[in-house]
Write a protein that binds this ligand. Structure first.
Ligand code: FAD
Ligand code: NAI
Length: 484
């Protein structure tokens, strides 16, 4: 068999066995495709099974990449409409071309998914089109669209089948008026009103996109704060800033039903702890209350692969399931559902299978919400440190005091560094501000190296840059920030 080949319709007849592999990866998202490439780099004969016609999984097709393309594009519109004037740049007749924006998004997605195809060929990873099922350790049966089945024999299997959106009782997603993130990436026109259920990553990012394009967006959140996993001050600031931009929040509220009508959708809301019901009319509803692991059709029960209490594939510290030779990574296992976490796990498991010491440091995985400004976080929040009884110091620095942020007219937000009271080791960093997603990289690296806030404070930072806020926050840990 030729390596690096694509098998659209597997050449073998039902029951026939294709060549032996060292590794078969099921799923080509950022976990699966990165794992397959790294395994091939390390000399393992590798195939990747993907049921969708394009590679790249949720992230490249209907997740990270298209959402960032729309965030970027809608930010440009917002800037042209409301931001450039303050820089002395006059722009007249600014108009939205929604189709053009969607074309930009589709082009970006296509370039990325084709990029993975190229990388598979370059690294001689066999792409097998079809739905994979584990028929016992060492055997994956792939069912192509035409129903033909092919059996792949392999030493190891990595499950990287990802996740899909969490449903909500009483609400039926039709991807027209009641949409998941996938529908929200392709609305044919700008709805006048949009209700977002869930004030998390997707709700705030996709809510921001449509709000910038002209929708009146109401975010209904079950808890008493948005971005519940993040540091409390980040949640507060983000709510304040997004509120100033026009987003409305209904916190501590649950949606009990959503009924499509002739004109739009009628929602019934209630306090999270009960109370009187109220109705709300809207044009489009985005349901974004989290994602759940996706294991449909994988044959895990028959293969004896155990799941945990939340339906995720249960793994040990080395990505091994309870069935020898079967491993799992990414959104389908425990941990944050983030592309870079899936990628790092993909690399780690490939290295373990090649006899190396693959490892992921779960204490230093950043999370970024790509709104404007962005919210970025790594490590422990102040609430977690308090809960654990850890003694800590706080250093904070606002973007209002940073020269570059002033030059950019982007002074909302702050950098907050939490360091161990006794050792000064950095325990967590939380940023709301322009380019927070880029700024967090420096502190993730610092945390990988076990740095202290003193280490960051004594590192020379170029002037004038946004990164100087990180240095100043580190100085502030010991009360010696210069510019405030
Ligand atoms: P996935 O990317 O979900 O890939 C799984 C693949 O497996 C899919 O292609 C699926 O078709 C395939 N598959 C499933 N079952 C089978 C089977 N039986 N046989 C063959 N193939 C199968 N994360 C970030 O870090 N940054 C972001 O900016 C970001 N933005 C996001 C925006 C949105 C709107 C969404 C929905 C998610 C976003 N995420 C983001 C999360 C990110 O997409 C996921 O964490 C990431 O895709 C998980 O990667 P994965 O490889 O585990 O699974
Ligand atoms: P999320 O977990 O980020 O947010 C869900 C929100 O919905 C939470 O605030 C939760 O309290 C709330 N909620 C839960 N049930 C509710 C209910 N019945 N009514 C009202 N609110 C309810 O999930 P989201 O936004 O769906 O995204 C899924 C995951 O995808 C994220 O957790 C993240 O891992 C990933 N993602 C990452 C992005 C990034 O890295 N920038 C962007 C988009 C998604």
């Amino acid at each position: 068999m030729i390596s690096g080949a694509t098998f659209a319709a597997p050449p073998s007849q039902k029951g026939k066995v294709m060549a032996d592999y060292d590794l078969v990866v099921i799923g080509s998202g950022p976990g699966g495709y990165v794992c397959a490439i790294r395994a091939a780099q390390l000399g393992l004969k590798t195939a990747c099974v993907e049921k969708s016609p394009t590679l790249g999984g949720t992230c490249l097709n209907v997740g990270c990449i298209p959402s960032k393309a729309l965030l970027q594009a809608s930010e440009k519109l917002e800037e042209a409409k409301h931001g450039l004037g303050a820089f002395g740049v006059k722009v007249n007749g600014v108009e939205l071309d929604l189709r053009g924006m969607m074309t930009h998004k589709d082009k970006v997605v296509s370039a990325n998914t084709k990029g993975v195809e190229f990388l598979f060929k370059k690294n001689k990873v066999d792409r097998i089109e079809g739905t994979g099922r584990i028929a016992g350790a060492g055997t994956v049966v792939v069912k192509a669209k035409d129903g033909k089945e092919t059996t792949l024999k392999t030493k190891s299997i990595v499950i990287a089948t990802g996740s899909d959106s969490m449903p909500l009782k009483g609400i039926e997603v039709d991807e027209q008026r009641i949409v998941s993130s996938t529908g929200a990436l392709s609305l044919p026109e700008v709805p006048k009103r949009m209700v977002v259920i869930g004030g998390g990553y997707i709700g705030l990012e996709m809510g921001s996109v449509w709000q910038r394009l002209g929708s009146a967006v109401i975010v209904v959140e079950f808890l008493d704060r948005i971005l519940p996993g993040m540091d409390g001050e980040v949640s507060q600031q983000m709510q304040r800033i997004l509120g100033k931009q026009g987003m409305t929040f209904k916190l501590g509220t649950k949606v009990t039903s959503a009924k499509p009508t002739n004109k739009g959708v009628t929602l019934t809301l209630e306090g999270a702890k009960g109370g009187a019901a109220e109705t709300l009319e809207t044009d489009v509803v985005l349901l974004s209350i989290g994602r759940r692991p996706y294991t449909d059709g994988l044959g895990l029960k028959e293969a004896g692969v155990a799941l945990d209490e939340r339906g995720r594939v249960a793994t040990d510290g080395h990505f091994q399931t309870n069935v020898p030779g079967v491993y799992a990574i990414g959104d389908v296992i425990a941990g944050p559902m983030l592309a870079h976490k899936a990628e790092d796990e993909g690399v780690a498991v490939a290295e373990i299978l090649a006899g190396q010491a693959g490892h992921v440091n779960y204490d230093a995985i950043p999370g970024v919400v790509y709104t404007w400004p962005e919210a970025a976080t790594v490590g422990k929040t102040e609430e977690q440190l308090k809960h654990a009884g850890t003694a800590y110091k706080v250093g904070k620095f606002p973007f209002t005091a940073n020269g570059r942020a002033r030059a950019m007219n982007a002074t909302d937000g702050f950098v907050k560094i939490l360091a161990d009271q006794a050792t000064d080791k950095v325990l967590g960093v939380h940023i709301v501000g322009p380019d927070a997603g880029h700024l967090i990289a420096e502190v993730v690296l610092a945390m990988e190296f076990g740095a202290s806030s003193e280490d960051i404070a004594r590192t020379c930072h170029a002037h004038p840059t946004l990164a100087e806020t990180v240095k100043e926050a580190a100085l502030a840990v010991d009360g010696r920030a210069i510019h405030i």
